[in-house]
Ligand binder design. Structure first.
Ligand SMILES: [Zn+2]
Length: 356
């Protein structure tokens, strides 16, 4: 077998572009851009330790095993409905005008819904960072296929595979889109490992800068999926409403969610202490499936939207620690916005994971 690490990637994300977001009320170009993936691909290619491949199609069943069918349908048709209604001329990203919070209805029973699914999208979005353009649906489908194809490579014998997903996934919950995320790639892989991969216990380790609220929500009451996340303390950082240390799962999933909210400027020493705790929990849980890693590089010292202090060589150390578990690993790309350093950071993490 080749020593090259399989990297699954697709060009479908290139059409998920021209995105804007509102950051603290100001319209800016979306940090989550196609250049992120292009930068990582270029660095992996130059390194020479990686073998690129396209994903295979897996259809909708793995998505519908995790996400609400109505949300999927609304997302699929939001752009074309907006075009058909003349709500957009297609030149700009679409965001709905209203967001349906639980407080909107209060004691009122559910009512009729607007005909246009672009308006209904407001019932499934939680922020203004998740716009839709003509290529968004196709890109999101492809990202799921990228993740599942990476998972298949590992089940097929690779000790490590990297799914270069874009858009990312960990903020997408069962019936909710947000935070640049449409489908929760990591959660879909974890559920797929349970249903199709013969696994009984799956562990997800999330090392993105942000709390993976979607992944946590999806597996909150599940006794078969461990969710561990190291991230910026939500007391100061997006997504603000989850990711606190007291959130530990419920029901069958009690104690199977664990969060490590980190202070600003956390460097490798303190990060490694939290990571070691997480790794001990994985050992105790004894997963019988590949470890699913939600990998974000917005923990980088110079990331434009983060405030932690990890440096490029630190990702190799982090990779070595995780690789020391001896588990096969499915690495899925989440965030990271310091485009000039993304490639080096990805190479460092993957090199550490494979023990080099
Ligand atoms: Zn992030």
């Amino acid at each position: 077998m080749s020593d090259l690490v399989p990297v699954i990637r697709s060009d479908a994300h290139l059409a998920h572009t021209g995105l804007i977001e509102l950051a603290s009320g100001v319209e800016i170009p979306c940090w989550e851009s196609p250049e992120r993936v292009l930068a990582i691909e270029a660095a992996l290619l130059e390194d020479g330790s990686f073998a690129f491949d396209d994903p295979t199609e897996h259809g909708r069943a793995p998505i519908l095993a995790v996400h609400d069918a109505e949300m999927v349908e609304v997302f699929e048709h939001a752009w074309t409905d907006a075009l058909a209604a003349g709500a957009t001329d297609g030149s700009r990203a679409w965001l709905p005008d209203t967001f349906l919070l639980a407080a909107y209805r209060g004691p009122m029973p559910p009512s009729e819904l607007p005909a246009g699914r672009h308006h209904r999208l407001g019932g499934y979005l939680f922020d203004t960072a998740t716009p839709i353009v003509v290529g968004t649906w196709t890109a999101a489908l492809a990202a799921v296929d990228v993740a599942l194809t990476a998972a298949e490579r590992v089940l097929g014998g690779a000790s490590l595979a990297y799914g270069l997903c874009r858009p990312p996934g960990h903020h997408a919950a069962r019936g909710m889109l947000g935070g640049y995320c449409y489908f929760n790639n990591a959660a879909i892989v974890a559920e797929w490992l349970r249903r199709e991969g013969g696994a009984r216990r799956v562990a997800i380790l999330d090392i993105d800068y942000h709390h993976g609220n979607g992944t946590q929500q999806i597996f909150w009451e599940r006794g078969d999926v461990l969710y561990l996340s190291l991230h910026a303390d939500p007391a100061r950082a997006y997504p603000y409403f989850s990711g606190y240390a007291g959130e530990q799962g419920a029901g069958d999933g009690a104690q199977l969610t664990r969060n490590w909210p980190l202070p600003a400027r956390t460097g490798l020493d303190a990060y490694a202490v939290a990571l070691a705790e997480a790794l001990r929990m994985i050992v105790a849980f004894a997963p019988d499936a590949p470890l699913v890693i939600s990998a974000g590089f917005d923990t980088f010292k110079r990331d434009p939207i983060g405030d932690l202090s990890l440096r490029t060589p630190d990702y190799r150390d982090i990779g070595r620690m995780i690789g020391g578990l001896g588990l096969p690993m499915i690495v899925l790309q989440e965030g990271g916005y310091a485009i000039h350093a993304l490639g080096a950071n990805a190479v460092a993490l993957l090199s550490g994971l494979r023990g080099t």
